[in-house]
Design a protein around this ligand. Structure first.
Ligand code: GTP
Ligand code: MG
Length: 226
């Protein structure tokens, strides 16, 4: 077989794999997702039931909105115009071997220091100590790109060897060429980070951009093989 035939064949196989994962993701999020519990202390975490994926990122980046978009629920996770809405680890589950965890945002300067310290301690205890946590989706506002405190968070994840993937949010707020540029720039910025997944998903919770791809990524992690 010629190289070209082989390439065409593996491209077709990859295409089929992606299509199967997109379908698995669609089915996973066609289920009824429910709020399970809010956790303020590490020892209150629910008994592990399958794998977990967590949504992290600066305050107001759109974590809770993205969970609502994934689960097709308007207000499953509480969202707000004011930063600091999500203050606990919030668990969401469906009849599937995966839980989604909404986390408080970092970098919210207005909250009292004691509150921020408590959130930070909870977040890092969770990120370092949760054995069934498979991936942290680190959300980055497409208008702003990676900021200093994002890089700090990525370094914590690299140090603790917690796998993470960058998800750009609010993609509807910038033009497609600027979005492409930011994707490339962000890929370059994470290229030498050991725990970073080398693919970036650009999303808009408002327009639905990237939602099928993010569902597929979660389905793959949950073991829905393509
Ligand atoms: P905290 O819980 O405070 O850390 O915030 P969060 O990251 O959960 O953000 P949240 O989902 O509450 O959204 C913050 C604001 O951004 C809200 O006003 C949302 O309507 C808005 N927002 C979220 N996603 C999008 C999006 O894809 N496009 C646009 N245009 N706005 C968005
Ligand atoms: Mg939130």
């Amino acid at each position: 077989m010629s190289d070209m035939d082989q390439n065409t064949q593996s491209d077709a196989a990859e295409e089929a794999r992606r299509a199967a994962l997109l379908e698995a993701g669609r089915l996973l999020f066609a289920r009824a997702w429910e709020f399970i519990i809010s956790v303020s202390k590490f020892d209150q975490l629910p008994v592990p039931d399958g794998i977990e994926v967590a949504f992290a990122g600066r305050s107001n980046v759109g974590k809770s909105s993205l969970i609502n978009a994934l689960t097709r629920r308007k207000a499953l996770a509480r969202t707000s115009n004011t930063p600091g809405r999500t203050q606990l680890l919030n668990y969401f589950r469906a009849d599937a071997p995966v839980s989604i965890v909404d986390m408080p945002g970092y970098g919210y300067a207005e909250a009292p220091k004691a509150t921020v310290d408590a959130w930070t301690a909870l977040i890092f205890d969770y990120l370092r100590g949760r054995a069934n946590l498979r991936r942290v989706f680190v959300l980055i506002d497409a208008r702003h790109g990676l900021k200093g405190n994002d890089l700090g968070a990525l370094t914590e994840l690299d140090t603790a060897a917690v796998p993470y993937q960058i998800v750009l949010t609010k993609a509807d707020k910038i033009k497609p060429p600027a979005l492409e540029k930011l994707k490339l720039k962000t890929l370059e910025a994470i290229s030498r980070r050991p725990a970073a997944y080398p693919e970036i998903i650009a999303t808009s919770s408002e327009k639905g951009t990237g939602i099928p791809e993010l569902r597929a990524a979660i389905a793959e992690l949950a073991g829905y093989e393509a």
